[in-house]
Design a protein around this ligand. Structure first.
Ligand code: ATP
Ligand code: MG
Length: 238
């Protein structure tokens, strides 16, 4: 579904993504974990052309999408749900969903499906998005992204800024997306939460992939434990 070979990207002369290779198979949930500043957001931006790659190749499906401008990402069936959700705060839940399906002729059907999947959004469909709780906002960001029926969903730190119990709910919701047949690449600092629901994972450190494997193996890996456990989530997940 997604194949990335030796991708490089950065800002000016500074390389932030330093030759990264990985893949996500159709139907998989893959977690890319890394600390603050590792380059997670930059990597996702490079995948959809928001940060033009300096080298390497990206394929989405059978298509080489390396040089595609960002507004064409939608034509590859890819949706990026950005860090911090970036909802239209002064618009209602429903209007956010309508904008999410702007390009989709089946929009009304998809919105109805999302309201079924996220009953709390249905109850709050007229509420302004900016007044939702953090967890509800993340659900709306997911639902808004799904209304366009993507085949590849890129999630930038869906758990960011949420209380531990809500984090768990958001991760369970993401795992539940499997039944929609959507393929998920999720970047996260919350390694445990992300790896618990992912099939496979990669560790990104200062722009390079240093470890990869099945989620269970990474969770048991002493290096991952040393670097990412004990960040306050442990008690929730263990
Ligand atoms: N627009 C920019 N201009 C210059 N440098 C940038 C820009 N955006 C990010 N960087 C730098 O690139 C590096 C990687 O940043 P990035 O936001 O990709 O990391 P991240 O892994 O998403 O971090 P976080 O977990 O804090 O979101 C950082 O050193 C950051 O300062
Ligand atoms: Mg980031």
């Amino acid at each position: 579904m997604l194949r990335v070979r030796n991708l490089r990207a950065g800002y000016g002369s500074l390389d932030v993504i330093k030759g990264v290779s990985f893949h996500v198979a159709a139907g998989e949930i893959v977690a890319l974990i890394g600390a603050n500043g590792a380059g997670k957001t930059s990597l996702l931006r490079a995948l959809v052309g928001l940060l033009p790659p300096a080298g390497g190749r990206v394929w989405i499906g059978h298509r080489d999408t390396t040089a595609l401008p960002p507004w064409q990402a939608i034509s590859t069936g890819t949706v990026l749900i950005p860090e911090g959700r970036q909802l239209f705060a002064d618009m209602s839940v429903m209007d956010n969903l309508i904008l999410g399906g702007f390009h989709n002729p089946d929009r009304d059907l998809q919105i109805a499906e999302m309201l079924e999947r996220f009953p709390r959004l249905r109850e709050r469909s007229r509420q302004l998005a900016g007044t939702l709780s953090g967890g509800e906002q993340q659900m709306l960001a997911l639902a808004r992204g799904l209304v366009s029926r993507p085949s590849l969903l890129l999630l930038d730190e869906p758990s960011l800024g949420l209380a531990p119990l809500i984090v768990q709910e958001v991760f369970e919701t993401i795992r539940g997306l499997k039944d929609l047949g959507v393929t998920v690449l999720m970047v996260e600092q919350n390694a445990i939460g992300a790896l618990r629901i992912a099939d496979r994972g990669y560790v990104l450190e200062t722009g390079e992939i240093t470890l990869e494997g099945d989620s269970a193996d990474l969770l048991a890996n002493p290096e991952v434990k040393r670097a990412y456990l004990g960040k306050g989530y442990r008690e929730v997940w263990e």
